[in-house]
Every structure is written in structure tokens, then in C-alpha cells.
Design a protein. Structure first.
Length: 355
């Protein structure tokens, strides 16, 4: 497109310059400027009018013939270049749309990320690092190009619209995260997604604390308030809270995560789902195997209560979250065992676990 436009502009400049030079030659031979311009115009378009003044010298006739040849060639080239540029633009847009949606139709159990701003970029980078499958939905073509250059699947459109979410595979998706800076847009996206998929987990961003209740009523499973998390994080850095305060909430786990990653450790959360082999059993029944082992740091109850350093006879129930500490290089294997492979080791026996 840029090359075609450059060639087109170069031709236009050459054409205008030629017309000006020919008009200048007429003027130099005693013609009025208006007569010279009029002669150039009727010569270019070949309307068949008579000559304004006699073209009786060899120089004037040569210049007139040169104007006829050059002008017709330039007009044809400009018209062809314009058509080519339009066609290239349409073809590029069609290919771009096809490239954006390539691979989305084959996804299942993936994450839909609505918004690729500051928060969206961080979230997308973390999902990519974790090896999760996801689709970035945004209206900004430049942002989508940046996401595509990072090897991410992209879809251009407004996530509020049902057809856009449908193209992103919302009916087959496992999680939808809407991280737009506009609370109203996040509410509408949450409503639309919940209506299209009753089982999808929706994580929504809220700029104002008052929006949290609206998002939860709209169908969001979790609401994240960046301002609140930032304030809590700063308070933790000042007061250095104990482990119980950190592990009692997901935000606290995230804060602790950043601290321990500096020494090569990482925290993983294992959810206890209804009917899973962990449901109704004790912490001591879990067999977590690794080269250097894993440490069960806490068990977080659904109400937010955290059992720090749970004893072996601590009974697990559906809705609980087991917080495990281990080396960064080994935890992905543990995560795959519990999520990707859908199974764990229970008393040395391999059992199937639902998501």
C-alpha cells in the first residue's frame, strides 16, 4: 500500500510539473497566462476545441505533442494506480481479517481476553508464559497488530456485541476476562457473555468500588479492582503482614508470589471440586511427588478463612483451595498433573479430577 501510494504521488507530481512547464513555454511566447492554462487543459482532455492562438512554431508544436503523450500516459497510470491501491487495500483487509480469526474456531476450553490495554498486555503475557490458549479481542487495530506480533490469536471487534463473542468462541470458552478501563463496557460484556454461556467463569475489572456489586449481579464470578489491589500491595510493603493475612485472599497470594519468585519459588493453587478424589479427604492423603518435593502452605476455605500449615488430618471439602509451594521449574509439572492431565496421585493411585 505504501509503495503504491508513493508511486501514485510521484506520477501526480510529474504530471502537474509537466503541465506547468508547458504553460510556461506558451507564456514565454507571448501568450496570456489564462490562454496558456486553457490550452493545456483542452489539450490534455482532447475536447476538440480550436487552438486559442496559432501553434505555428516548431517549439510550440513539439511542446504540445509532448504534452499530449505525457498527459495521456500520466492519466492512465494515475487511474490504474488508484484502482490498484483500492484493490490492494481490500485484499489486505480481507487477508487481515482471515489471519485474525485463524485458529479460533478450533479452540475449546480457552480464555477470551477483552481489552489489550495496559492491564490486558500484562494478563496476555502471563497467559502466554503459562502456555494457556486464549484470544485477544479489541477494537484498536494497532493494539491487535502488537498482540499478533507476539504470536497471539486476535479478533477485531467490540466485545459487547454477541456476534463478536460468538466468533471468539464464548460458548466453548472456559474463562472470559474483561479488563477494559470502562466499567460500563465491562458490565455489558459480562451480561452478554453470561447470557451466551451460563458455565463460563467471568473475571471482570472495575475501576470504581461501586461497580463491583453491579458486575457480580451481572454474572461475574470475580471482580478485580486495580486501585484497591495497588493500595493493599503498598500497605503490605509498609507493614509487612504475616503469612495468614497474605494467604487469606487471592490478592495476598499474588503479592506473596512476587516476593518468593525472586528466590526461584512459586505458589500454585489447587482447587477442590465436588466429586474429586480430594473432596472429603484429608491433606495427609495427598501425594505430591517432585524431585525436591512440594510444601502445602495453607488451605483457603470458601469464606476466606485460611488454615496455615494445615495438619495431616485437615479435611478438604468442595470449594477449598490448597496452596502449594515449590520450585518454579517443577510446579508446571504439578499444574499439568492437576489441570491439563486432569488427574492427581492419591495414595499412590492415579485418579481423574474434573475442572
Amino acid at each position: 500500500m505504501h509503495l503504491s501510494l508513493k508511486r501514485l504521488l510521484t506520477t501526480v507530481v510529474f504530471f502537474v510539473t509537466t503541465c506547468a512547464l508547458v504553460a510556461g513555454v506558451y507564456t514565454a511566447h507571448g501568450w496570456d497566462w489564462a490562454d496558456a492554462v486553457y490550452m493545456v487543459v483542452i489539450t490534455i482532455f482532447g475536447v476538440g476545441y480550436g487552438e486559442v492562438r496559432p501553434v505555428d512554431t516548431l517549439l510550440l508544436r513539439t511542446v504540445t505533442m509532448m504534452l499530449i503523450v505525457v498527459s495521456y500516459g500520466c492519466v492512465i497510470y494515475i487511474a490504474g494506480g488508484f484502482v490498484q491501491m483500492v484493490m490492494e487495500g481490500e485484499i489486505n483487509r480481507a487477508l487481515s481479517r482471515r489471519r485474525m480469526t485463524r485458529g479460533i474456531d478450533e479452540l475449546a476450553g480457552h480464555t477470551i481476553l477483552c481489552g489489550y490495554g495496559r492491564a490486558g498486555r500484562i494478563l496476555a503475557a502471563e497467559l502466554k508464559r503459562a502456555g494457556a490458549s486464549f484470544v485477544v479481542v479489541d477494537q484498536d487495530e494497532q493494539k491487535l497488530n502488537d498482540a499478533e506480533s507476539q504470536g497471539m490469536l486476535i479478533l477485531e471487534g467490540n466485545a459487547i456485541e454477541e456476534d463478536v463473542l460468538d466468533k471468539a468462541g464464548v460458548r466453548r470458552a472456559k474463562v472470559l476476562a474483561t479488563v477494559l478501563p470502562d466499567d460500563a463496557a465491562n458490565v455489558f460484556i459480562t451480561l452478554t457473555a453470561r447470557e451466551m454461556n451460563e458455565t463460563i467463569e467471568i473475571i471482570a475489572r472495575a475501576e470504581h468500588p461501586s461497580t463491583e456489586k453491579k458486575l457480580l449481579r451481572s454474572g461475574a464470578n470475580r471482580v478485580v479492582l486495580p486501585a484497591v489491589i495497588g493500595g493493599q500491595r503498598m500497605a503490605q510493603l509498609i507493614t509487612r503482614p504475616g503469612a495468614e493475612a497474605l494467604l487469606a485472599s487471592e490478592e495476598g497470594v499474588d503479592a506473596l508470589q512476587h516476593e518468593i519468585e525472586r528466590i526461584g519459588l512459586r505458589i500454585e493453587e489447587l482447587s477442590v471440586t465436588p466429586g474429586s478424589p480430594l473432596d472429603g479427604h484429608t491433606v495427609g492423603d495427598i501425594d505430591l511427588k517432585g524431585n525436591r518435593g512440594f510444601l502445602i502452605v495453607a488451605v483457603r476455605r470458601p469464606g476466606g478463612e485460611a488454615v496455615i500449615d494445615p495438619p495431616g488430618d485437615c479435611v478438604l471439602a468442595a470449594g477449598d483451595t490448597v496452596i502449594v509451594l515449590g520450585h518454579t521449574g517443577e510446579l508446571p509439572q504439578l499444574a499439568r498433573r492437576y489441570t491439563a492431565a486432569k488427574e492427581i496421585l492419591y495414595r499412590g493411585a492415579r485418579a481423574r479430577v474434573s475442572d
